[in-house]
Design a protein around this ligand. Sequence first.
Ligand code: ADP
Ligand code: MG
Length: 611
Amino acid sequence: MSDVIKLLPDHVANQIAAGEVVQRPASVVKELLENAIDAKASLIKLIIKDAGKTLIQVIDNGIGMSTTDARLSFERHATSKITTAEDLFQLHTKGFRGEALASIAAIAHVEMNTKQENDEVGTQLIIEGSKVVAQDVTVTPTGTSIAVKNLFFNIPARRNFLKSNQVELRHVIDEFHRVALTHPDVHFEMYQNGTELFSLPPSNQRKRIVNIFGKKTNEKLVPVEEETDVVKISGFVYKPSYAKKSRGEQFFFANHRYIKSPYLHHAVVAAFDGLINTQMYPGYFLFLEVKPETIDINIHPTKTEVKFDDEHSIYAILKSAVKHSLGQFSVAPVLDFERDKNLDTPYTYQQKSAQVPTIEVDASFNPFENDAPATTKYKAPAFKKEKTANWESLYVDTNTTDFSSIEVESEEVVGSLFTDDAVEEKKSVTYQLQKKYIVTTIKSGLVVINQNRAHQRVLYEQFLKSITGANVVSQQLLFPLQLHFSTKDVEAIKNAKEALEHVGFLFDECNAENVVLSGIPMHVNEAQVKEVLDNVSATIQEDVPDSSFSLTDEMAKIMAQSVAVKTGDVLTTEAQEGLVNNLFACKEPSVSPDNKPTFITLTTNDLDKRF
Ligand code: ADP
Ligand code: MG
């Protein structure tokens, strides 16, 4: 049989390598930015169009290349950064594999302009799918500009595999952040479709973080510093009260390179143990420095997974450094978002003995004011409640509460005690259980309603109705509401702007870190707006499917979740009744927007069986 093995032509080999190095526009951004850093640039501009799908250009003022080097730089395994295998263990540059430019040129149209400082003129190269189509002498400033156009033009399958512009842009911004955070001494600028997204002048580490994530970030940061023989740690963690429900800002850098490390992430989370709820994510920017020979960066083509020789020590040192910082800045005690605040013993009450109950009456309560829509009233308990008598504490969950100081509602109990049978036939009675459930009677027995989920369902359907209806109702604000967000959050909000306007938000301004609103949706109050928009941004930043229908649906869900009464909210009898009625007027009353049961029924039959 004849021989069958052939060496692959270079352009095919490059395309295969490109599959590993270039997954999406963000991968190109990372490689080009890192090359600019390696070229010792002090000013780096990133320009993209259509989230990088049409154009990614990086312009630097670094050392530039000679004509020969410019040609060679596109060859596979062509690098100026290492010469021997031993160099791999002493890396001081970002790149070293020598395959990024070759890979990129294999799957895009590339134009490079480059000049070294002492040369009069520079070199221009135009390459399409690994083929050099033009090489010229050109007048160009010192440094290098590389423009990558029409990514994956020759691999339609890969091009089709790309996500929406909004998702790809988020990946690009993530890469930009990672490089910009590691090099605060370098001036970075980023433009998308002609608008400036970031302008980051040279600064210290803290300032760089603030410039990227917004002015408000400054107050969130607690410095972390530690120096040992094994590792030097510097950077910041967010105070526990700024932990987020979505991942948010979590950055590890090892020897000035962004890395992913679930293991070290665990160390940081462990340091926050007891300070934040387990479902929350702490924010951090942590820079580790180890001796180059004790870290292996070579285990993954995109170089984000690394191996430390002494992982276990680094884990322990990191955990204790973070813990120490949190302790030193005495940022505990903190808000625990999931905990029922109503069950906390106010500090001033802790040392006191029992008091004689007093009754307080809300003078502003107007019994005739009952024709406003019930949904807007859930939030406002009309009375301050009577201090409990001892027997009533039997109704309180013994696991979570300190008996001596809690307040429970007696109103509803009193109501039901005096309801006679005749009345009960006509009008069902509602009772709030543990500030979480509403119990009410139906003909066949009892219904127990989860107040939070039920309200979510009611609001969700209301929002959907107003979104899909012809005219959106929005509350005009007397004074525009100004809110601060990180640039990334503002990008997300901008992407969702149309959907947000659909549900009743009116934007006066939406740029940089500023969002100014002149109108907000019905059923949302001013104090809730920030939470709604934070949640919108968090959801958009986790992959959101592309179709605009699901975005509006998602928006209705998020708003309903943010605004609905929570477990722990005390509801007046009126509000309870309103909620029950509204729930059963819903199209799909039995489940919350995320498909969890909103109520259960206990029939007299069920009860009979149990006696
Ligand atoms: P690597 O960075 O792994 O060496 P690349 O394919 O990214 O491989 O780049 C190949 C070579 O091209 C680099 O080693 C460097 O010498 C040169 N080069 C690439 N980008 C630049 C730049 N912006 N300025 C100067 N030289 C560059
Ligand atoms: Mg490189």
